[in-house]
Design a protein around this ligand. Sequence first.
Ligand SMILES: Cc1cc2nc3c(=O)[nH]c(=O)nc-3n(C[C@H](O)[C@H](O)[C@H](O)COP(=O)(O)OP(=O)(O)OC[C@H]3O[C@@H](n4cnc5c(N)ncnc54)[C@H](O)[C@@H]3O)c2cc1C
Length: 430
Amino acid sequence: MTAKAPSEHPASWYRASVSVDLGPCPPLEGEVRADVCVIGGGVTGCSAALHLAERGYTVVLLEASGIGHGASGRSGGQILPGLGTDIATVEQALGLERAREIWEMSREAVRLTAERVERHAIPCELAWGYLHAAVKPRHVRELLAFRDRLARDYGYPALSWLEGDALREHVVTEAYPGALFDREGGHLHPLNYTLGLARAAREAGAAIHEGSPVIEIRRGKPAVVATDRGCVRADFVVMGTNAFQSGLVPELAGRVMRAANYIIATEPLSVERASQVLPRNDALSDANFVLDYYRLSADRRLIYGGEVSYTGREPRGLQARMDAKIARLFPILRGVRIDYRWGGEVAITLNRAPDFGRLDDNLYYAQGYSGHGMALAGLAGKLMADSVSGQSERFDVFAAMPHRRFPGGERLRTPLLLLATTFYKLRDRL
Ligand SMILES: Cc1cc2nc3c(=O)[nH]c(=O)nc-3n(C[C@H](O)[C@H](O)[C@H](O)COP(=O)(O)OP(=O)(O)OC[C@H]3O[C@@H](n4cnc5c(N)ncnc54)[C@H](O)[C@@H]3O)c2cc1C
């Protein structure tokens, strides 16, 4: 893999504002036995570990770096219903009834996030309100059609269309011809949320080992999950490795592509300035294919994300472009100081739908949320825990979604993806 490992990116503002103390999670040493070995300490893995431990399973979670070092602790923090792909893609593949079930589960994922934050008293600044903003007339038509389809076929009541003064009550810019307001969407501090899930899993009895990269899974019953200093013998293995599974399981090769995405955090804005940007504290993303997204932190920094790289190298001129975008959207922020800039890895599938599945009878995986996993990864962890305890119907609804490998083999995958993205970037300009 050419992309940077997550720890190679500069530290995020999230890291500088951690308020959940997980305590020491020393690397795995020697051989241990567990009912379930969870690989990966992002939302997927921590959620699975929490649900499994709550059900009385013995759980060992192995994280290569630190809890939240992957996408979960670096993301835009938007907690949204839906998937990384249009629900129409799911409908085409599985039919309306299954697509409805998946849509409802995506809503459940958001509720589950909120329930956990409350139940485990996770200090992660959860706030509600999300805008999906049109940048051009084509987007207006697409978003209105989306709202109508969701109301008609999915009974989704939470979307309303805003434009003009009504829109400026939510976001103070002239840049958008209109936006869908989704009252079921929201945002949070993603690293504190992920650490909070890990803390809850630990309190429920899970053993967590950071600094424990898994180098091999010897499949069988039990399976043996090996790090360079120890191993876990487990009846079940749950993988939440997302963009980083790099060859642990041959069947998963090429099913997700890694792409880096970048975020900046400004200096804290005064109350007055913040109210001239996002007066209602909503999160927002625009409707471009390579999209920009932003929100305010609790200390009123503008957390602004966008831009993508498939090479692992930060795009040239990133900071200047981010500055220019912010100044164009919000002229009052011209010259605002940027305190932090960081990146993180997204796992993308070819159809942008998440990829859940089971290999052998005892190895589960959930990956490829395609930039839309903060809420869904939590549900994925729960559904894998359900499956381990014999209730796999809901997991199987997701697992039925067909997925293909990215074309081009190891050598040509990245160039082909670059080509496709360039096409969509050009389309974004039309
Ligand atoms: C910059 C950015 C912005 C984003 N913004 C949003 C957003 O606003 N809203 C949204 O819904 N989604 C967003 N996403 C996507 C979202 O963050 C992810 O879909 C979600 O966090 C995936 O969680 P995960 O636990 O599956 O993966 P990750 O959080 O990536 O966790 C995987 C973990 O597995 C560990 N690991 C990998 N291999 C091994 C191994 N061999 N041994 C042990 N451990 C291993 C890694 O170290 C990592 O910690 C964003 C992503 C990025 C990068």
